[in-house]
Design a protein around this ligand. Sequence first.
Ligand code: 6MZ
Length: 363
Amino acid sequence: MDMEWYASMPKIELHAHLNGSIRDSTLLELARGLGEKGDIVFSDVEQVIMKNDRSLSEVFKLFDLIHIITTDHETVTRITREVIEDFAAENVVYLELRTTPKRNDCKGMSKRSYVEAVLEGIRSVNSVEVDLSDEVVNPDTATSHVVGDISNGEASKKVYVRLLLSIDRRETAEAAMETVKLALELRNMGIVGIDLSGNPVVGEWKTFLPALEFAKKQGLSVTLHCGEVYNPDEIRAMLDFLPKRIGHACCFGEDEWKTLKTLGIAVEICLTSNIRTESVASVEVHHFADLYETNHPLILCTDDSGVFSTTLSAEYLLASSAFGLGRMEMFELSRKGIDYIFASDRVKRELKLKFDILSHLGL
Ligand code: 6MZ
């Protein structure tokens, strides 16, 4: 009963990695195809894909494997379409999807063509109406025009989708800058910000700082994976940077909590991910409780719904049962997420209206 309710409740997803959100069935189908071609040994890959308890370092090994399976334009387009359809099916009404632009010379893929394949995936969704951008450049006429909604289908349901480009912590300063410049070039196509992610024990903050400063100066919104492992110096430097949001915040000390709360930076909370990777010992001791009680801005998110076998509805159900919160409190928590989206004020207004109408209807 509760699961049904959380599935029908409108939700905002702000922390979902594209390649972490692939359906198991698609991943297995793609792996089988590569196995048949002799590119990989399917049975080895199948075991890795189906494994459910993974440490943080194992998660990043899995991503390397997923990237081998998914890196060609057609596949990138397909997985994007499916991921959006899956989120929309559980009533995610605003989805900020993030992905790392990848260059792959042997597939003729550049970072730009990767992102174009993702955008193509967004445009090819037809199970639901998609609002991708406030402003879209029409390549035929090279004129800019404002479009409210990009309608790909007949369905009356609508999802707003915006894209963040991720910088992987394995990348160089130059590669990070290339990603930011790409986001700027494509910003009127639905790209609204930059994320810093990847294995938190790899790379140094100072490598990415120039690109992130540049992004901020140019008006792109920035979110950082922050404190997924214990690294107080880096956490402090990241908070000094004043990102609009951070993801995780698992390994914060007292001083870092104090700074975060003073600054009021919103936190993307991924309960199942944090527990599965053992960044947090159990849901009972998760910092969600303290942030919620102190009214600190937080948004429940999935992180990697495919890798961690979860859904946003399941994350809401988990939070509600673990922290004793009722349906109305969870609805309100979801609604408050609108204040922290990176899309325009128009989208915020429309979303708030949608939530208000549903609330009046008694959902
Ligand atoms: C840090 C993560 C992550 O970009 O190829 N990623 N980075 N912490 C996490 N917590 C578990 N989960 C995913 O999606 C996969 C990439 O997202 C980042 C990693 O860089 C991973 O390679 P894309 O679509």
